[in-house]
Write a protein that binds this ligand. Structure first.
Ligand code: URA
Length: 232
């Protein structure tokens, strides 16, 4: 990468300012002063500006409390996206780790660490996703046993993986899934002739939605939260 591009990408300087400080002799590459902004530098180069190390930021991890009406896509021609709620640089490199439908609220994880994203979302890792569900019809107490056995979704041949259903009120349940098929929660209740009126994700594996985040707010994950994905 060209030195002026590298410096402006990773230091917050504009390209013009980066060219100026390079020409002034304020930039060292592997300990040598380089005054040519067009100089190509190696991926492994150590760059310093005015004595400070300049390097790509480490991977980023966020939790967002998704409001209704936002889509979990990087671009959408009709609806606002969850990325419009973030005040971050280089939004294009961020991805959602586990989408929610436009009318679902709650915990969305966002990262630019592709491997971590894969560990959160891969069907092989079976990370728990916990939802609070408001139903149109009262739930029959026998539904817990049906979820424990796995539900046969319409248009599927195999039952879903066993899921845990906790009945909180006649029309409110907490559901723990270990897979994430398209519209899975809504399809599970549709298979029982019920209908999901509100859906809210409370937790993914060990990461619980921070109750201090109002809908639309987000924060960086703590180191413990990031590492908790690799527990169990
Ligand atoms: N299941 C659904 O049906 N919708 C979601 O947004 C998440 C899980």
């Amino acid at each position: 990468m060209r030195l002026d591009k590298y410096l402006s990408n990773f230091s917050g300087l504009s390209r013009k300012e980066a060219r100026q400080v390079i020409k002034q002799g304020d930039v060292l590459v592997d300990g040598d002063m380089i005054t040519d902004p067009t100089c190509n530098i190696a991926d492994t180069a150590q760059v310093q500006w005015a004595g400070m190390k300049v390097a790509p930021a480490g991977p980023r991890y966020f939790m967002l409390n998704k409001p209704v009406g936002y889509v979990c896509a990087n671009r959408d021609s009709q609806h606002p996206t969850v990325f419009e709620l973030l005040q971050e640089d280089d939004i294009e490199s961020l991805q959602v780790a586990g989408r929610l439908d436009i009318d679902t609220t709650g915990l969305v994880l966002i990262t630019d660490d592709g491997q971590w994203n894969h560990r959160v979302t891969s069907p092989k890792t079976r990370k728990a996703k916990i939802y609070r569900v408001q139903l149109a019809e009262p739930i029959d107490p026998s539904a817990s046993a049906q979820f424990a056995q796995g539900i046969l979704l319409r248009s599927e041949k195999k039952r879903s993986r066993p899921a845990e259903l906790e009945i909180l009120a006649p029309r409110q349940v907490r559901l723990t899934l270990h897979e994430g098929k398209y519209h899975q929660v809504k399809r599970m209740f549709a298979a029982l002739n019920n209908h999901v009126e509100q859906l809210h994700r409370e937790r993914i594996a060990g990461i619980v939605l921070d109750e201090d985040l109002a809908p639309g707010e987000y924060r960086a994950l703590t180191a413990a939260e990031i590492m908790s994905i690799d527990d169990d």
